[in-house]
Design a protein around this ligand. Structure first.
Ligand code: MSP
Length: 510
């Protein structure tokens, strides 16, 4: 069934350059967007950068450059990495974009006019890294004896006193609970939904949404000298990108049918604040929020201070784009925390890409060369692999619908293993040319064709290469999924090319 699919990643802070944690969310969102395009949906895939706030202006100051120069430079770094990883976003939004400023002002003016925003004095412990206030009780003890540490970055918080505009979040406890009740599947997985419900049931306090201490932000339209707090500005990017404040008709076609992919660190903002802000502005909360865990390195969250960050380009140099994408999509289940391991990445590449997929292609091409004069035969209608393929297509569809790329790839690779097993059981390389050999090879070619389609959301390069080598025109993503994954689509009679190994085996770098 086709429809409209609006997929988003968080917009990343430009105080840091992209590491494999940022890339994890973005590659997952990209693969999901590619899957939806494959099933014929009208897709809008959004990513971008979060460029305002104290954290950014301090990072620029520390480098001795203007905030604008700093954000331009780091936003470009993000764009380069996404290009390297074949990310197919439809827009790279920057919160410094002109249409975003208009959207933020329109959105919050609406909430103000609706009576949900008021002015009051504020003081409290503030963490600049989180851009958030904390209660005393939420802080970790500081071993050096100073101000407590924020629980996420474990850095000392600072005491802030300001006159702020406040959002009446407390008024939205019941509306939020009602929304969660009416939309039991909106936040996934269920554990994360329960966490959000726990925050709401624990009681919501009004939150400050403006700052006077800095000017690097979107001005509050009704009060000169105030800029909106970075999180308010940031969340609204999702609305800006589909026309909020500039093209109401376009906005109405996309909203609220959005799927936000986020890490668990920003659950509170997306699952509590954002739905409440939308209700305050008279809009519906987002249809879907999918929350994943942390990608850890050596059992710890990656951070600049721990010096344990890993950067995509270093891994792409060794594993290629497909090897990179495959590993993170296949080995880090979407939901729980996962641990990055270089050894596991090598092992996965060698077993699934070099051995299973790479070998199937090279074996089939070699035997077609020897036994069929290089011309690929058609598959058998009654092949034992036909039923496996049908089941795998169903499982893959279900897995993507549930945002479980690892399960989609696991199912796809089962089909590859079955094809290899059929070849090993029948040994066409030892048999005399004839209908038996043709049938088995035709079946294996058909598996390669279907696998090229099913793997195309995850692997952006190899599927097209396989497609060409087995003699097909165009690309695996050209037709509708129903027409390209049905058994019997490989016509036979096409020239099959051997070529170099698709995924040369790797040994661990010393
Ligand atoms: N700018 C805010 C988001 C605003 S969205 C309206 C922000 N930026 S961030 O640069 O800190 O990015 C956080 C997000 O990056 C996480 O929610 C997650 O998607 C991704 N990740 C960053 N580090 C990660 C890991 N170590 N593991 C998994 N994902 C991680 O918060």
């Amino acid at each position: 069934m086709s429809g409209r699919t609006f997929i988003t990643t968080p917009i990343y802070y430009v105080n840091d350059v992209p590491h494999i944690g940022h890339a994890y969310t973005t590659v997952t969102a990209d693969a999901l967007a590619r899957w939806h395009r494959l099933v014929g949906d009208d897709v809008f895939f959004l990513t971008g950068t979060d460029e305002h706030g104290l954290k950014i202006s301090r990072a620029a100051e520390a480098k001795g450059v203007t905030a604008q120069a700093h954000v331009d430079e780091v936003a470009a770094r993000y764009q380069q990495v996404w290009e390297l990883l074949d990310i197919s976003h439809d827009r790279f939004i920057r919160t410094t974009d002109a249409d975003h400023q208009v959207a933020v002002q329109t959105f919050l003016q609406k909430a103000y006019d609706n009576g949900h925003i008021y002015k009051a004095a504020y003081e409290g412990w503030y963490c600049v890294a989180c851009e958030a206030y904390y209660d005393e009780g939420e802080l970790l003890p500081n071993p050096d004896g100073g101000a407590g540490l924020d629980p996420i970055h474990e850095r000392p918080v600072e005491w802030f006193e300001e006159e702020n505009w406040f959002f009446r979040l407390s008024a939205f406890e019941q509306p939020l609970l009602d929304w969660y009740e009416a939309n039991p599947d909106a936040v996934q997985p269920a554990g994360k939904r329960n966490e959000a419900l726990g925050l709401i049931r624990g009681g919501l306090r009004d939150i400050s949404i403006s700052r006077t201490s800095i000017d690097w932000g979107v001005p509050v339209p009704w009060d000169e000298g105030h800029v909106f707090y970075v999180w308010y500005d940031a969340l609204i990017n999702y609305a800006t990108a589909v026309g909020y404040g500039s093209d109401p008709e376009r906005f109405a076609t996309w909203w609220p049918h959005v799927r936000h992919l986020i890490g668990k660190d920003i659950l509170r903002f997306h699952c509590v604040y954002w739905p409440a802000m939308l209700l305050a502005a008279g809009e519906e909360p987002p249809a879907n929020i999918n929350v994943h865990g942390y990608l850890m390195v050596g059992g710890e969250k990656m951070s600049k201070t721990r010096l344990n960050q890993i950067f995509p380009a270093d891994l792409v140099a060794e594993f290629g784009v497909d090897g990179y994408r495959y590993h993170f999509l296949r080995d880090t289940a979407f939901g729980p925390d996962g641990d990055f391991s270089y050894e596991a990445m090598i092992a996965r590449y060698n077993s699934d890409l070099a051995n299973n997929l790479g070998n199937l292609l090279s074996r089939v091409a070699t035997v077609v060369g020897k036994k069929c004069g290089g011309v690929g035969p058609a598959p058998r209608a009654d092949s034992p692999l036909a039923a496996v393929a049908a089941e795998v297509v169903r499982e893959v569809s279900e897995a993507w619908a549930a945002v479980q790329p690892a399960a989609a790839l696991e199912a796809t690779w089962r089909l590859i293993r079955e094809a290899n097993a059929l070849l090993e059981a029948t040994e066409p390389w030892k048999a005399e040319p004839g209908p038996e050999v043709d049938g088995v090879l035709g079946d294996a070619l058909e598996v390669l064709r279907i696998v090229a389609v099913l793997a195309s959301p995850a692997l952006t390069r190899a599927p097209r290469e396989i497609w060409g080598r087995i003699g097909l025109d165009g690309a695996p993503t050209d037709g509708s999924l129903a027409s390209t994954t049905g058994w019997g689509g490989y016509p036979g009679g096409l020239a099959v090319e051997k070529g170099d190994p698709l995924f040369p085996r790797l040994t661990a770098a010393s």
